[in-house]
Design a protein around this ligand. Structure first.
Ligand code: IPD
Length: 283
């Protein structure tokens, strides 16, 4: 992935280091501050779509740390929305990706931080952004993924490179489900069509860690409908810098309607099945 002309490799490295530092700090807070019994602080799109006090505390800490390190940058956060900046760089943060896992004491959750450029300094949009640097930190099991545009992606200091998967019927495919009933009904129909055509399906509970797991060879392919910018920004760079493809269906960019990811030799076949099943159809 090329770096935009006006951004140097040193700047990419600096942004990646900041992303890692703040994600680790928030990760410590989230892990060490987890009460024995986590309570739901609020719900969003449905009763299943929960926010814990720790989602809010983690995002507040991320905003403080980013504001101190890079005053004037914008921030888009899952819980706090968009705060425009004046430097051209916006941080896209997910204070806990995999909140339901966190609620239940399952370790597969992450703090995700990415620095993105938008052509018009507007609200970060996966269709038009350039992700410069990112970190996906999983405090529950200690994994830390980092990526810098043009500089590769890494898991705990080990360079990641996507390996070529076998045929589709031997692919292990990760996915996730939305929180709204009508989305899940469509996702259930799509799954019924896809399942007989692949090795198996995994639903691990964090879109970000699904994408990063793909980059380590722990999944062969991934798709999901309903991802938000904060689900996608940080881990998408981990995948593309490892040689993977992240896109939507029918030539569209990855985003809320559909995200498909994997090695470029196999994503086309998955896309064809999903398009045939109407995975991006009306709800
Ligand atoms: C969710 C997780 C889940 C995915 C959902 C996301 P959250 O993020 O990534 O795996 O299936 O689409 O919303 O709510 O835990 O930050």
């Amino acid at each position: 992935m090329a770096i935009p002309n006006d951004i140097s490799r040193d700047q990419v490295d600096e942004l990646r280091d900041i992303a890692e530092r703040v994600a680790r700090r928030a990760g410590d807070l989230v892990r060490d501050g987890r009460p024995d019994r986590v309570e739901v602080a609020a719900t969003k799109s449905s009763p299943q779509d929960v926010v814990t006090a720790m989602d809010l505390a983690s995002e507040a800490l991320l905003r403080d740390l980013l504001g101190a390190a890079r005053p004037g940058d914008g921030v888009l956060g899952e819980e706090g929305g968009f705060t425009p900046g004046r430097t051209g760089v916006t941080w896209v943060v997910d204070p806990i990706d995999g909140t339901v896992n966190y609620l239940y004491g399952l370790a597969n959750y992450a703090v995700m931080v990415a620095a993105v450029l938008m052509p018009d300094d507007g609200v970060p949009d996966p269709a038009t952004w350039t992700v410069l640097a990112s970190c996906v930190h999983a405090p529950g099991d200690g994994r830390t993924f980092t990526a810098g545009r043009g500089a590769g992606s890494w898991l705990d200091g080990r360079r990641l490179e996507l390996r070529e998967p076998g045929p589709l019927d031997l692919c292990l495919v990760g996915t996730g489900f939305g929180y709204r009933r009508e989305v899940r009904e469509l996702q259930g129909r799509v799954l019924a069509e896809l399942l007989p055509q692949v090795r198996d399906i995994r639903r691990l509970g964090s879109a970000g860690l699904d994408l990063c797991t793909l980059a380590t060879g722990g999944l062969d392919l991934y798709f999901e409908r309903g991802l938000q910018p904060w689900d996608l920004a940080a881990p998408s760079l981990v995948v593309t810098e490892a040689g993977g493809q992240v896109s939507g269906l029918r030539g569209l960019a990855a985003g809320q309607v559909m995200t498909v990811a994997g090695h470029p030799v196999r994503t086309g076949e998955l896309m064809a099945v999903l398009e045939g099943a109407g995975a991006d159809g009306p709800l």
